[in-house]
Write a protein that binds this ligand. Structure first.
Ligand SMILES: [Zn+2]
Length: 342
């Protein structure tokens, strides 16, 4: 399934996304801390140790066309300031490139043809560990799937793709029709978490996915983060994560298959701040017992930046702590989980 990307539109899409990203970076499992995505400029410094005096404008143009797309796929941690070293070596070496560094052999680069094809060579070097890139389009939605792990189970990949096309358009239609229709999935062999979302890009840890092949509703949780698109500073992280898991409970396609459930209520002061599933259960209780649709309204206000701590009382007549206190006295709920094998 190895496919070369030759479609420049893909990189344009990634580059645009790098600038347009405003949604909260959030994670499903680790790191509850919200990180912001500040678009930082990409810069190339050419260090011509070999005194080749090649046309640096040409190198810069190639860099600007190729590196931003790579950086978005590589992740927000990737380096934006890149040094290119042009070195003298008699070895059979041509070019290597990665986050923050490009190294080229002066003899190779001095050949007119190689300099002319530098953009393609740079792209190939940057994508060296990309096992496959698939672009799938369906009913006005697009998914680019970049797999970096040759041992990643293709069945899991297919199931993640299917879940995207089943769930994501639904979430966009229901909660935020301005949300992007173009999403990037990327697998990472070194990432120790579960998954994380930044802008329109969802990163999956293949270590986790290979061990939990049925946890396809990570797509639902992370896809909701894209749809949330609250931007930096709108509401606390526990609320963002609680809503994403509430949506996973409601619209996930196979929560039974992944043994995903909302944990039994535990009495605790400000327990709603425990985030994720604990908060999601509380939200389901609000939805069933207090005011149907209220959590969706909270989601809307977070997106509109009209949410404040008083929003709970404005919508239900009870403050957040009062709602939690009421929940504590009678937390019983009828819960129904989605399953692919009914
Ligand atoms: Zn999350």
């Amino acid at each position: 399934m190895i496919k070369q990307i030759t479609n420049l539109a893909f990189f344009v899409m990634l580059s645009v996304a790098a600038v347009a990203q405003t949604s909260p970076q959030a994670s499903n499992g680790q790191n509850q801390q919200r990180r912001r995505n500040q678009p930082r400029p990409f810069a190339l410094t050419v260090n011509d140790i070999a005194k080749t005096k090649v046309d640096t404008a040409k190198l810069n143009a190639a860099f600007k066309n190729v590196y931003p797309g790579f950086a978005v796929a590589d992740g927000y941690r990737t380096k934006h300031e890149v040094t290119m070293r042009i070195i003298d070596t008699t070895k059979d070496f041509t070019l290597k490139a990665g986050p923050g560094e490009i190294v080229a052999n002066s003899k190779w680069l001095k050949k007119k043809q190689n300099l002319q094809n530098f953009q393609q060579s740079l792209q190939d070097a940057l994508h060296k560990n990309w096992v496959s890139v698939d672009t799938i389009k369906k009913d006005g939605y697009q998914l680019v799937f970049i797999n970096k792990n040759e041992k990643f189970d293709p069945t899991i990949q297919k199931n993640l793709i299917d879940t995207y096309f089943e769930v994501y358009p639904k979430l966009v239609n229901m909660f935020n029709d301005k949300s992007t229709h173009e999403v990037v999935f990327i697998t990472d062999t070194t990432y120790n978490g579960v998954a994380e979302t930044l802008g329109n890009r969802i990163l999956f840890a293949t270590k986790y996915m290979n061990k939990h092949p049925y946890d396809v509703d990570i797509v639902t949780h992370e896809g909701m983060h894209i749809v949330q698109g609250y931007g930096y500073g709108s509401g606390p992280v526990w609320l963002t994560e609680g809503i994403a898991d509430f949506i996973r409970y409601k619209y996930g396609v196979d929560n039974v298959g992944s043994k995903w459930y909302l944990p039994a209520f535990k009495d605790k002061k400000e327990g709603y701040k425990d985030s994720y599933r604990v908060t999601a259960r509380f939200f389901e209780w609000i939805d069933q017992k207090v005011k149907p649709g209220m959590i969706v309204q909270i989601d809307k206000e977070l997106r509109n930046h009209t949410y404040t701590a008083d929003t709970w009382a404005a919508l239900s007549g009870k403050s957040l702590d009062e709602l939690w206190a009421a929940y504590s006295t009678s937390p019983d709920l009828h819960l129904v989980y989605s399953s692919k094998n009914i």
